[in-house]
Ligand binder design. Structure first.
Ligand SMILES: Cc1cc2nc3c(=O)[nH]c(=O)nc-3n(C[C@H](O)[C@H](O)[C@H](O)COP(=O)(O)O)c2cc1C
Length: 158
């Protein structure tokens, strides 16, 4: 299945997960930053996964504008959503992150709503505050990330 993963993130973890998902789907699947997604014809994909980093409870505005603009095109696809954050999948905030950051039609339709543990990668955008936070976030092993990716792909394809 040819899947497009549209992501947004500041420090690298969302991009890392998006690229790993694209690799695992194979079949010319692709991960693109939301800023590049405007140039892509959404019609040509069998499935689309959209997500990104959470900062003070919110995903960046660029992701919200993308979702608003393309909600109808996205609705007609097999769809998955993810957030990348410090909160754990079982925390009550997570439902709120999905409800507040994604259109309700997509939240209802999504075959999965995944939480990917943040703080796995740190890029050059990281300042003092992030470096402090980064040290406190739980790091997954390569095997744990591989398993999370494999499991997400399996759930999407089911
Ligand atoms: C300023 C700031 C605010 C954040 N706020 C939240 C938050 O409200 N909830 C949460 O679970 N994680 C929060 N985080 C953690 C990020 O979601 C996490 O670092 C994640 O890796 C960000 O994605 P990215 O690496 O793709 O940028 C915050 C991080 C920063 C730097």
């Amino acid at each position: 299945m040819k899947v497009l993963i549209v992501f947004t993130g500041k420090y690298g973890s969302s991009g890392m997960y998006a690229n790993r998902l694209a690799e695992e789907f194979g079949d010319n699947s692709q991960a693109v930053d939301v800023k590049q997604a405007k140039k892509i014809d959404l019609e040509q994909w069998d499935g689309i996964i959209v997500g990104g980093g959470v900062y003070m409870g919110k995903t960046p505005r660029t992701l919200k504008s993308f979702l608003k603009k393309y909600v109808n095109a996205l609705k007609s696809k097999k769809i998955g959503l993810f957030v990348c954050c410090a909160s754990k999948a079982e925390d009550s905030q997570i439902t709120e992150y999905f409800e507040k950051n994604f259109p309700s039609e997509l939240v209802e339709k999504a075959v999965f709503k995944r939480v990917f543990p943040g703080g796995q990668v740190m890029n050059e955008k990281a300042g003092f505050v992030y470096k402090k936070m980064y040290d406190q976030m739980t790091k997954l092993s390569k095997e744990e990330i591989d398993e999370l990716i494999r499991d997400s792909v399996k759930e999407f394809l089911n």
